[in-house]
Design a binder for this molecule. Structure first.
Ligand code: SF4
Ligand code: SF4
Length: 386
């Protein structure tokens, strides 16, 4: 492990919470050095294919309502805000990451995104991966393998590179190392009381994606884990031992939807883990380094437990495991407005948690701040009864 950073913990948290903005300059510099950039919208996209040949993957899921008005000139109002905001940033040319992306890789996760990519294709060079919606059929696996190979060919043609097996294996190793560190970081909250608030955990998990150097990222994460551990060992307890322990599940969170975590923590509870794409869904497992790299990527990505899969047993497996590991007092789900797959799956999640006697509530929100008070009232009432 590298030497503990000399930065204080507040400085470290600030550096992650500001990472999206700071990353704009880093990316501009990388572009000036001739680096290619690939924008993505979803955890299913196998970014190792880009990393293998020195391309920079960047998440384009917008997390602010700034350009929703622009998007609604083209898209319907009653559409998921993540889709509207993502398109809006491209249409208004307001997201530097979208601007710098030479290629945008989409996936057929949900209907809204599929149709949005058609429109986005008029503005950017878009490649859409055909994602199967079940994980247990041989035909699904065959299709996903074919799609991974098709993406490989597209990347090679677009950027004039060759993705060798050796390069791919190295990228898998590096990405696994980052996943392991992020998992180690959020697992610090297994302790009672946890060593940091859920908002700080979220800002690190979300901010890391905008740090583009593997070595730097590893160094910063090791330093952060070490600083948090040292402060805890020295008796620092920022969170009350009586705070109710909440797991957040549902749609991806970060940016404006930090409000979800804020209302929970302002009500006296602490978010100990995120099951959603900002957290464990992305970092819990490893890509098998001993297998054929394409087989390993195919299995790893296809088995992500997102509600777009039917059935979706892997979400239940992960959520159940997190509830045990983090000694959850309750689970709160964030569903973005008009996200049908998560909204419908709520019932299954509630029934599953009932069998474990874990209280559960699902709350719908969007990218505005107008519902913050209402969310707070409902979250506070839920925490009160735990
Ligand atoms: S929630 Fe599902 S569709 Fe959304 S980013 Fe995660 S895996 Fe992709
Ligand atoms: S949150 Fe739901 S509706 Fe929105 S992009 Fe993700 S899966 Fe689609």
């Amino acid at each position: 492990m590298s030497k503990p950073t000399t930065q204080t913990l507040p400085d470290i948290f600030e550096s992650f919470s500001d990472a999206r903005k700071q990353g704009f300059i880093a990316m501009k510099n990388l572009k000036e050095q001739g680096k290619g950039v690939v924008g993505t919208f979803c955890t299913y996209v196998p970014v190792e294919l880009f990393l293998a040949v020195g391309l920079i993957p960047v998440g384009l899921c917008s997390t602010s309502d700034e350009t929703i008005g622009e998007a609604e000139k083209v898209l319907p109002r009653n559409l998921c805000p993540l889709i509207k905001a993502s398109y809006g940033f491209a249409a208004a040319d307001k997201c530097p990451y979208m601007y710098f992306s030479d290629l945008v890789v989409g996936e057929t996760t949900c209907d809204g995104k599929i149709k949005m990519y058609e429109l986005l294709g008029k503005i950017k060079d878009v490649h859409v991966m055909e994602l199967p919606h079940s994980q247990d059929k041989p035909s699904s696996r065959a299709l996903w393998m074919e799609e991974i190979k098709r993406l490989k060919t597209r990347v090679e043609e677009k950027f004039g590179v060759t993705i060798t097996e050796e390069k791919l294996r190295r990228a898998i190793k590096e990405r696994n190392k980052e996943r392991a560190l992020l998992k180690k970081l959020y697992e610090l909250s297994v302790m009672t009381p946890p060593p940091f608030f859920g908002l700080q955990q979220l800002q690190i998990l979300f901010g890391t994606q905008f740090k583009f150097s593997h070595e730097q990222k590893v160094k910063e994460l090791e330093g952060t884990i070490s600083s948090i551990t040292n402060e805890y060992e020295n008796g620092k307890r920022p969170v009350s031992a009586n705070a109710k322990r909440i797991i957040v599940t549902g749609c991806p969170t970060g940016g404006v939807t930090e409000k979800f975590t804020r209302v929970i923590e302002e009500s006296g509870a602490v978010v100990v883990a995120y099951e959603n794409c900002t957290g464990a869904k992305q970092f819990d497992r490893q890509v098998d380094e001993s297998a054929d790299p394409y087989e390993a990527l195919c299995d790893y990505y296809l088995n992500i437990g997102c509600s777009v899969m039917s059935p979706n047993p892997n979400r239940l497996e992960l959520l159940g495991r997190l509830c045990d590991q983090f000694k959850a007092d309750g689970v709160l789900e964030m569903v973005l407005q008009s996200c049908h797959t998560y909204a419908i799956e709520s019932h299954t999640i509630g029934e599953f948690l009932k069998t474990r006697n874990i209280p559960f509530m699902s709350l719908e929100t969007d990218y505005s701040t107008g519902d913050t008070e209402q969310l707070k009232t409902r979250a506070a009432a839920f925490i009160e009864m735990l």
